[in-house]
Every structure is written in C-alpha cells, then in structure tokens.
Design a protein around this ligand. Structure first.
Ligand code: AHR
Length: 660
C-alpha cells in the first residue's frame, strides 16, 4: 500500500465522527437521565403508570388522581390518598424503570410535594426496598427488604416541597420506592423524585456519569438530538416541542413516546418522555463532552410511517409569522419556523433577548454557540421540499451563518441520490442527512459509495447507520464483531472521501437491556452497569484518530474498495505530526502489509498500533463481559520511510506512525 503523504487531500471535518441521540430503548428516562421515579407527576395519559397501591390485609386506602388546586398550570394532576383506618398498607409503590438501580452507601435525594387535607395524617414513610415477592396476590408493606428508610413530618395544608437524602445499605438493580402514611385523613402527593447525587459534574438535574463517560471518551465531534422519529411524532400533536422541555423540571409535562410501541418487542407500553432531559440539558451535555450541538427540528410533518400529518403551509409568511409565546392549537408551518428561530435565540442569544434570557435563567449565561440545525428527519419528496424551502430561507434570512442539515431519502439503485436531494443540491443545501441500516455485507460492498459523489455542493451527513446482522429492524440483530468490522470497513470509504463526507454517526446510541424497541445499539446498560459494544469501539477508534488531512491510499486496481477484503484509509494528524492509517482485514488469515510513505520527511522510530480483532465474527460484549472485544495497544518499529506490519485475522488496526 502506498500512503501518499506527498499528495494530501481535503481537510478532515472537525466534527467528522459524532453521536446520534434519540429517546428510544429507554435512552433518556431510565437511561442517561437518572431520575428513578417513573411518572413522578402523575401527568401521563393513564395517570398512574409506574405506581401501584399497596393492598394489604389490614385494610384499603382509597386513592384517586385529582386536579383540585394543583401545584401549577402545567402540572395539574396529583395523587390524593384517603385513609379511613390507620394501617401500614396505606400507600403506594413506584416501580422505576424496570426497577430502580441503587448503590450501597451512595446518596439519593428524595423530594416530594405534599399537602395535607382533612384528618390527622402526621407523616409520610419513605422506603427504598428490594421487592420481596412477585406474582399474583396482594402486595403488602411487609413484602420488601428495606435498603433505606426515612420519615417526612411537619405536613401543612399548603403545597410544600420536602427533601431528604437517603443512603441505601445495599446495592440493588431492581429496587423500588414505597410511600406509606401515618394516621388517617387525606394527603396529596406530587412531583415525587429520587435522584442520585452522583451525576455528571455533580449537577442537580445531571446525567448518569458512567454513560456520559463512555460518550466523552469517544471525543465526539457533534451530538445530534433529540432524534430520529421522536422529532416527527406519530401525529403532529405528539411531535417533539423543545419549548416544552426547558425551565423548571417540575413543570415539564410528559408526553407519550413515539417508541411506546409494539414495533419490535412488547416491552414498553409504559414509555413516556418526562423531558427531565430537555433541550437545555442536551446543549449542556454537548458542551460537557466537547461536541457541537446539532438539534434536529420538525419541518411540519409527522412520521411518514404513521399518520404522515402535515402542517399547512398556506399561512406561512416568513420569519416573523407565528408567535413565540404559545403554540396555536393547529400549528401552521410558521409555528415550526418560529420554533427554530426561537431555538437559535435560546442557544445563542444575549440575556436581553426573550429566549436568551431563558437560557441565562437556567444557569448558562454564555451562549451555547450553536452553529448548525437539522430541518426534518427522514422526510423526503415534494411535501418535504415544499416545507423545507420557506423554512430554510427564514432561518438563513435571520441567521445567515447557521448551517442547515436537510433530510435525504434513500438513493434509488445505481443513483447517487434521490430526487429530493437533487433539488436540495440545486437550492445549495449545506448538508444532506443520509441513513443506512443494512446487512454487514452491504457495508463492506458499499465502501466506495462516495467515491464518485460530487466534490462540490451539499456535503454528506451519514446521520444514522448500523449493520443489521439478521435483518433491518429484526429483534435478533446482534452487536457482533461481524457488524462492527463491516462498519469499520465502510468507514474507510467515509474517511477517504473527506471532501464529500462531513459528519457521521452510528444509530441508535443507547439501549436498556430490559426495555428496548430496536437493535443493534451502540451502548447498552441496565440500572447499574453499562458497556460499549464492538461497534462503539469502532466509532471510538475512528473519532479519536480522525486526524486533520486526508491522505490518499493507493492500491492495485484489482484490490480497490476491498475486493480482496482489505480496506484502508489514512490521515495526517497535524497536531501530533503522526500519519494515521486505518486497515481492516476482513479475512480469516493474518495479513502482512508493507506501507510506503512517499513524501514523508522524517519518521520517529516507534509507532503505536491499536487493534480490535477477533476470529469469532459472532463475538459480542455484554454487561458481564464488557471488554470481551476491546482495543489492544502495542508498539511497532518504523524504518526510515516505510512500515511493515502484520494485520490480525478479522481486525481493525489503527497505526500511528510518528512524524518528526
Ligand atoms: O434509529 C432508529 C430510527 O431509525 C430513527 O428514529 C429513525 O430516524 C430511523 O428510521
């Protein structure tokens, strides 16, 4: 192989390898967002999702969801418990998100709003416990094993927030919260929260640190959020509305999740979005992990696989149409455009601007420095274009420097792009967002996908991709080495087309092992543990070795594009002076390679090899074996101007050859 150091190509985009976040597979509530209480405000459509009354032998407590003098206008339901005869079973349990993860001696802040009604209820008992039994029959207060207990007293006849720190005496992955009362009478309960103190950067409404660490370790160039189909919603009323996700966490109203579905498995009829992880938190996360924020906004269309509802365009008048304060009942395109303009102001505007002021009030005076937004997810065709055009024009009119990512459809066989992309290119779109979920073989065969793509005009954002081992959307897909190494092979094609491909992200990013709707996923977790898949390590190796300038790799014509199962790309890293070569050997034999480096001035003596390899293409990582397949580092000798190295069977190897 010849790495043409003397013929440097295009600069590698600074945000080349990034993250795709969507609240699918319990990625937000139950995952990255560590609130332990499900449906903490009793605001889901079925108000008691996640809650169960204790019904012991000693008698029944009566309860109902009420809206009588609620704590606030958006939080207008609460639980009213009425106890006629004092008994230990007068209360409720909350199941969490497939249980609650609790760690011994860790601290959890329990908080709740309470209001006492008639009678003499004197206290609320709060217990964190492991359920002692499961199955049919009455659940009683005695049926758990307590891990922490506390009591809240000093109840008043007005809504009041109570807060106490609890420290479990044991570790449990599937604990629950039990609330019972002392005395008789009525007690109103709302905004029940159990939040770990150990969050990323120790923030009060912070994120799960083990997951954030994995994300940060990847050195992602961007964070795309909040989806995915979540952006679209099954209906327009169920679309993602960022304005509903900022401000006081207690006032954020939950909404049914687009993935509350039987699409792949039947685990999640209880899937809602609490929006505790909202747009402010997404921007903050981007900042924390050093990624450019990339919000994707609804273009005025619901999900094409569901209702395909459309917002009317006719009333659209441009950037000043619509209202920034309250969304109309039936939104027109103007509403969506205004939402985008307001979002840019929220992210970047000064404290003196209405939306900038909201960001400042949430504790972030500095702008988030938003540089790009996406308009629409997985929409294409004339209805998309009709909405996209005025939308993009309005954004550019007010914010000319804002980069826009547009949605692209699948290219027909043999074509480089679909008709909508052709039109978008004529409109001088900056990025088109292509998605591919396909077999591992497809990924290896399509490594040359962008070789003949135009070098001018819209750049590619490979916004969602993942190899599907069994079939697209099959529940049996695995995050196997076969899938991951095939993605690695494909990514050599992304890298060497640095003049056309500007961003890439694997999708989806996160999945709870007990509550997923989609597989494969990059990172899996349960309530206590998490692990990166082989696919995660492939992404990480690319992102942490992305370099600064593409270097062409020359191979014999008959070996182009990995027809001999060897795939290669190279970059120069101007920061370190290294030449970085990625090599994928998709064969069962070890493979010696000789690299010549014409144009190289002087090389250091020792290079670093990072290798991800397994002869078992079915190898996977798991919660119990998180590092079954993980990168291994070693050194190798470098002679004056060339390098020889033997690639392991079925391997991705990153060679860092030090320049001097
Ligand atoms: O990544 C899962 C889903 O796949 C996304 O929500 C959607 O954009 C795509 O179809």
């Amino acid at each position: 192989l010849t790495v043409q150091v003397n013929k440097p190509g295009a600069p590698v985009s600074k945000s080349m390898y990034g993250l795709f976040f969507e609240d699918i597979n319990f990625a937000a509530d139950g995952g990255l967002y560590p609130e332990r209480v499900k449906n903490k405000s009793f605001e889901t459509d079925d108000h008691l999702i996640g809650w169960k009354a204790l019904r012991g032998a000693a008698g029944l407590a009566d309860y109902r969801v009420s809206g009588e003098n609620p704590i606030g206008p958006t939080n207008n339901h609460f639980l009213r418990l009425s106890v006629a005869t004092a008994n230990p079973d007068a209360g409720f349990v909350n199941e969490g998100f497939r249980g609650m993860g609790l760690k011994q001696d860790a601290e959890y802040t329990f908080s709740i709003y309470l209001r006492r009604g008639a009678g003499n209820i004197s206290a609320l008992n709060v217990t964190l416990e492991e359920p002692g039994r499961s199955g049919p029959g009455p659940e009683t207060a005695a049926s758990g094993r307590a891990l922490a207990q506390t009591q809240i007293t000093g109840l008043t006849n007005e809504w009041k927030k109570y807060s106490v720190v609890m420290k479990p005496t044991g570790t449990a992955a599937r604990a629950r919260l039990k609330l019972t009362v002392e005395g008789t009478g009525t007690l109103d309960l709302d905004v029940v929260s159990l939040f770990p103190k150990d969050t990323w950067n120790k923030r009060e409404n912070g994120l799960r640190p083990d997951i954030v660490q994995l994300l940060k370790d990847m050195k992602p160039g961007f964070l795309r959020f909040p989806g995915g189909c979540i952006v679209e919603g099954r209906t327009l009323a169920q679309r993602y509305q960022w304005k509903e996700t900022i401000g006081d966490v207690a006032a954020r109203k939950p909404m049914i999740n687009r993935w509350n579905t039987e699409f792949i498995n039947k685990f999640t009829p209880d899937y809602y979005q609490s929006f505790g992880l909202g747009f402010f938190e997404y921007f903050q996360l981007s900042e924390d992990i050093g990624a450019e924020p990339l919000p994707i906004l609804n273009v005025g269309m619901a999900c094409q696989f569901n209702s395909a509802e459309l917002a009317p365009i006719s009333a659209a008048k441009g950037p000043n149409a619509g209202t920034s304060s309250s969304a109309p009942e039936e939104p027109t395109l103007d509403t969506f455009i205004q939402d985008a303009l307001d979002l840019i102001e929220f992210a970047n505007g000064p404290a003196s601007s209405p939306w900038g002021a909201k960001r400042v009030a949430m504790g972030h005076p500095a702008p988030f420095n938003l540089k790009m937004i996406g308009i629409g997810n997985e929409q294409w065709g004339p209805q998309y274009l009709a909405r996209y055009e005025p939308f993009a024009k309005a954004v550019k009119a007010k914010y000319p420097a804002m980069q826009i990512v547009s949605s692209a459809g699948p290219a027909p066989d043999g074509a480089l792009f679909d008709a909508a992309t052709k039109q978008l290119r004529e409109w001088k779109a900056e990025y088109v967002d292509e998605h591919y979920y396909a077999s591992p073989e497809w990924f290896r065969k399509n490594v040359g996908r962008y070789d003949n793509y135009p070098t001018t005009g819209a750049k590619i954002f490979a916004g969602e991709y993942a190899a599907q081992t069994v079939g697209i959307a099959s529940p049996d897909n695995k995050n196997s080495w076969d899938a991951a190494i095939s993605e690695a092979a494909f990514m050599t094609g992304l890298e060497r087309n640095a003049d056309k491909v500007a961003m890439a992200s694997y999708a989806p990013m996160l999945a709870h092992v007990d509550a997923w709707q989609w597989t494969p996923n990059m990172i899996w977790f349960d309530n206590l543990r998490t692990y990166g898949t082989p696919n995660y390590y492939v992404q990480k190796l690319y992102a942490t070795n992305k370099g600064t300038t593409m270097l062409p790799v020359q191979r014999a014509a008959n070996a182009a594009n990995g027809t001999d199962n060897l795939f290669a790309s190279a970059v120069a890293d101007d920061g370190t002076g290294d030449i970085v070569v990625k090599l994928v050997n998709y064969s069962a034999s070890a493979r010696p390679v000789a690299l010549s480096l014409p144009g190289v001035k002087k090389l250091g003596k020792t290079g670093k090899a990072t290798v991800l390899a397994s002869t078992d293409l079915n190898a996977v990582n798991s919660l119990d074996q998180p590092q079954n397949l993980a990168p291994q580092e070693s050194t190798f000798k470098v002679s004056s101007s060339n390098v020889t190295y033997t690639l392991a069977p079925y391997s991705l190897t990153v060679l860092r050859i030090p320049g001097k």
